[in-house]
Ligand binder design. Structure first.
Ligand code: FAD
Length: 603
């Protein structure tokens, strides 16, 4: 069993940073958390999770792929014996109550097999956390210790056949029995992870029109499980509908407050999203390792294919994706931990404050989910390509990874919904004055309309790269400013524009996270020792600037015409101007190191 050690020097930065503020503010390196800041405890847990994945999960993949869920359950118990399932549970209920960095590290390492990682996320994330954050004292005492040990398995039942994204529009109904002792639930839930073997479900249903959550045990009368879905991927996980037919749920199993189910649903998905982001990074790391291993032994034209520039380019891109993904995930959980460390755990409002601290980073969590799922999608796709014909057949790992990764863009809120959340949340904060977006847009508009400036001089390590991040922020603000000026509040109905603003926001966060991590590495180890991170950051910045410029152009072309369009495009070109890096050479350097080392590692 892992032990919680109270580290003398906590690794997490102390600065409390507002969610979404990255668009407006510059961060110092000591304010961001990176994988190089893992303390001894984080490393030990990472190693435990790694060994668990390699020694226990990987040898059982075939059994789980064939739906032997007795193996899955026993693995959850073994993970419990190691303490891996205890990290998110408060100490008062037998848990380890560790930081979110630890949760992310475990998710990242468990993701060596996506089928089990999905089970893991269903159990330790969306399955357990509704009780941790919204349960009553009795509910926590009753369920949390058994969930932590893996004695019982959790699941989360929000979606229905006719309402997935639109989950608040559910049809499931709950009615209090005439004696007031039970809620009677009727309806059907769809695509519920772990349903085939779970014991406890957080089920959402409406009392009248009030969307509410309930804790439903599988043994409650009127509860039944439908057949397993035949899925494209993550076949090692269970996905079934659940049927509620006058299901009798004790009144004390109502979770949270009547009519406040949406607060539970959204907060829990927030956490689910950062965990999913971490898992996407972990999954991509495994694919890259497979791709490199294959490329080093497969010969064509009397050469190993790892020697071909176009194969090396793919390997480099995958590594860049993983580096950037790690930077974003651990930066975000570091911010969450900094905010959580300020909560007085002994206060009566502690849980409310914890939920607030997590909700603060809704934008960043959605960013990680969208970006991570698309990054791993790219990595598994290129892995198939590197395997060539063998990539298309089941005997090789590329095929399964390709199928498994696809779901990440669909669950935990589709990427379209998350893009709308990103822009919507930022605009909401801007309108309420919580985020000084509007003054920043105005300042930028005044600045650009007053003509070309020589630009601010940035000094110190990675000055050029930091300047590019500044330009990316300006491009995003400029496009968002032009769009909000035209549509005002009605911008919410312009989904393509909302999506383009989300893309710019996502890329800006990715760029800045990569730059800050690399800058921190340069400060610590010097420039020469950081050549690999510098190369990865430069490659990423180049591709992200293209995406941002193109998204900004799309927005401007939609909101302006004639002379105004021409003026705005000229401004846009000015903001997007920079001297490109030699990415062919940089990718060669990155690929060289990855191929030599056989996997993603900085050293
Ligand atoms: C393997 C698997 C496991 C799952 N596990 C769980 C689970 O454990 N618990 C649970 O509750 N659910 C689970 N789900 C359900 C999942 O969360 C939903 O499938 C997902 O939220 C999408 O909902 P939907 O399928 O109804 O698609 P829809 O909502 O019908 O969406 C279809 C398409 O329309 C787009 N769209 C929808 N609304 C909008 C909009 N307003 N603007 C723009 N585009 C829009 C979507 O992005 C998508 O591309 C799981 C699903 C799968 C496949």
């Amino acid at each position: 069993m892992i032990e919680k050690v109270y580290m003398a020097t906590p690794a997490i930065p102390k600065t409390k940073i507002s969610g979404g503020s990255f668009l407006l503010e510059e961060r110092r390196t000591d304010e961001v958390f990176t994988p190089e800041d893992f303390n001894e405890q984080h490393q030990l847990i990472g190693q435990t999770a790694d060994e668990f994945a390699l020694n226990e999960i990987v040898p059982n993949i075939e059994k789980m792929e064939h739906k032997d869920f007795s193996v899955t359950r026993s693995l959850l118990k073994k993970a419990g014996e190691l303490g891996l399932t205890y990290v998110d549970i408060p100490e008062a209920y037998g848990g380890l109550e560790m930081d979110k960095v630890t949760s992310a590290i475990i998710g990242d390492r468990i993701a060596k097999y996506a089928g089990f990682a999905t089970t893991w996320g269903g159990h330790t994330g969306i399955g357990m956390l509704p009780i941790v954050y919204f349960g009553t004292e009795e509910q926590k005492k009753k369920y949390l210790p058994r969930l932590a040990s893996g004695e019982i398995v959790g699941a989360y039942a929000l979606s229905e056949a006719s309402s997935g994204s639109d989950a608040l529009n559910c049809r499931a109904r709950a009615e209090l029995s005439s004696d007031g002792k039970h809620y009677i639930l009727n309806g059907e839930k769809m695509w519920i992870t772990n349903a085939g073997f779970a014991d406890l479900f957080t089920v959402f249903a409406k009392i009248g029109e009030k969307f509410t959550a309930f804790l439903v045990e599988k043994t409650f009368p009127g509860f039944s499980i439908g057949g397993e879905e035949h899925k494209m991927g993550i076949r090692g996980s269970s996905t079934c509908p659940i049927i509620l037919n006058d299901c009798k749920v004790p009144a004390e199993n109502l979770l949270g407050e009547i009519g406040k189910g949406h607060v539970i649903a959204f907060n829990i998905l927030n956490i689910g999203r950062f965990k999913l982001g971490a898992m996407c990074v972990g999954g991509a790391r495994v694919s890259l390792e497979n791709a490199i291993g294959y490329a080093k032994q497969r010969k064509a034209f009397n050469k190993v294919i790892a020697d071909f520039g176009l194969v090396r380019e793919k390997i480099a891109n995958m590594a860049v994706g993983i580096y950037t993904g790690e930077s974003m995930v651990y930066r975000t959980v570091g911010m969450m931990d900094a905010a959580l460390s300020e909560v007085d755990k002994s206060s009566a409002d502690a849980m409310k404050e914890i939920r607030k601290a997590i909700e603060e980073y809704a934008v960043e969590c959605s960013i990680i989910k969208v970006w991570g799922s698309e990054m791993v999608g790219y990595v598994v796709d290129e892995t198939v390509q590197i395997y060539g014909g063998y990539g298309f057949v089941e005997e090789y790992p590329a095929e399964r990874a390709y199928r498994d990764a696809r779901i990440n863009r669909i669950f935990e809120g589709t990427n379209e919904i998350n893009r709308l959340i990103i822009t919507g949340f930022l605009l909401k904060r801007a309108m309420s004055g919580q985020l000084a977006l509007m003054p920043a847009i105005k300042k930028l508009m005044d600045e650009v309309l007053s003509g070309p400036s020589t630009g601010e001089e940035i000094e110190g390590p990675l000055a050029e790269e930091r300047k590019l991040v500044g330009q990316a922020k300006k491009l995003g603000l400029f496009a968002a400013g032009a769009a909000t000026q035209k549509y005002m509040q009605a911008i919410q109905d312009q989904q393509e524009i909302m999506g383009a603003i989300a893309d710019m926001t996502i890329e800006t966060y990715a760029m800045e996270s990569s730059v800050l991590r690399t800058q921190k590495l340069v400060e610590r180890n010097g420039k020469a020792a950081s050549s690999l991170p510098i190369a990865m950051t430069r490659v990423y910045l180049t591709q992200a600037m293209d995406t941002i410029e193109s998204a900004a152009k799309k927005v401007i072309a939609a909101v302006a015409e004639g002379d105004m369009l021409r003026t705005q495009l000229a401004i846009l070109r000015r903001l997007a101007k920079y001297e490109p890096f030699n990415t062919i050479e940089l990718r060669q350097q990155i690929a060289e190191k990855m191929i030599e080392r056989g996997k993603f590692t900085l050293a």
